[in-house]
Design a binder for this molecule. Structure first.
Ligand code: CAA
Length: 241
């Protein structure tokens, strides 16, 4: 029987590539999305991957949504915490709303999504939790005090939970993508992207969503059972830890 994988923010950007790659690898995949019904429906029509709408920053919505996915597909064995947002602004212009929205989604969202699934993983003695952090959680980024803090928090969460899951067959790992060619990155002012960011990437280009998805497929597999608490960077050489 194929395993069930849930990908948050799984109908767009890096998340869509992850959903599709997991499906291609033989998993039963469900994807969550937060806002755009039309895009989610189009994604389901093209890929056959069911989409579920809820806000990962809301614990009650997560427990309810996860219950529905499990009723439809079976127990979730692979969780990919990919949903994330940016509210970039220089710190002197950053508002409490900018801060809270990013922390609530990118960091608290990991608690909200993982907590309701964790007990079942422990009971079944198997689980894979894969958290999509960011290069900017590792190195910090001007204009992203909120995002960098949330993504650094995701790495602490990963390392703590990996220790708890190890004896129960659950691995917990993080991936830190660099600048990948998605809508999120293309929203950066063109001048900043071309003149400031791309020149900082030694391979000289943005990454492809598939280059992250392939790491997820590996971490989800039985072959990766000895890898836990790790942070895998995929950033074109922009930053070495
Ligand atoms: N790298 C290097 N320099 C940067 C930079 C970056 N990422 N972002 C901004 N700067 C520089 C600008 O070039 C500018 O320098 P000059 O004054 O010398 O020209 C200076 O910082 C101020 O920038 P702005 O003039 O654009 O100031 P602003 O107040 O109008 O806007 C901003 C600030 C909203 C932060 C805007 O610059 C911006 O969006 N920058 C991009 C920030 C960024 O890298 N975000 C990552 C988004 S993608 C993502 O988050 C995914 C992931 O995980 C990697």
């Amino acid at each position: 029987m194929s395993r069930v994988a849930l990908v948050t923010g799984g109908s767009r950007g890096i998340g869509a590539a992850i959903s599709i790659a997991l499906k291609t690898a033989g998993y039963k995949v469900a994807a969550t999305y937060a806002g755009n019904d039309e895009k989610a429906k189009a994604f389901t029509d093209v890929t056959g991957i069911p989409t579920y709408k809820w806000d990962v920053s809301d614990y009650k919505e997560c427990t309810k949504g996860i219950g529905k996915v499990e009723a439809d597909l079976g127990p979730i064995e692979i969780l990919v915490n990919n949903a994330g947002i940016t509210r970039d602004a220089m710190f002197h212009k950053m508002t409490p709303e900018h801060w809270n929205e990013v922390i609530d989604t990118n960091l608290t969202g990991l608690f909200n999504m993982t907590h309701p699934i964790w007990g079942g993983m422990r009971d079944r003695n198997f689980g894979r939790v894969i958290n999509i952090s960011s290069i900017n959680g590792q190195k910090g980024q001007m204009g992203q005090a909120n995002y960098s803090a949330s993504k650094a928090g995701d790495l602490g969460f990963t390392k703590a939970l990996a220790q708890e899951g190890a004896a129960k067959g659950i691995t917990v790992n993080a991936i830190c993508p660099g600048y990948i060619g998605t809508e999120m990155v293309r929203a950066i002012p063109e001048k900043v992207l071309n003149e400031r960011i791309i020149p900082q990437i030694p391979v000289g280009r943005l990454g492809e969503p598939d280059e992250i998805a392939r790491i997820v497929v590996f971490l989800a597999s039985d072959d990766a059972g000895f890898i836990t608490g790790s942070t895998i960077s995929a950033n074109g050489g922009q930053f070495f830890v």
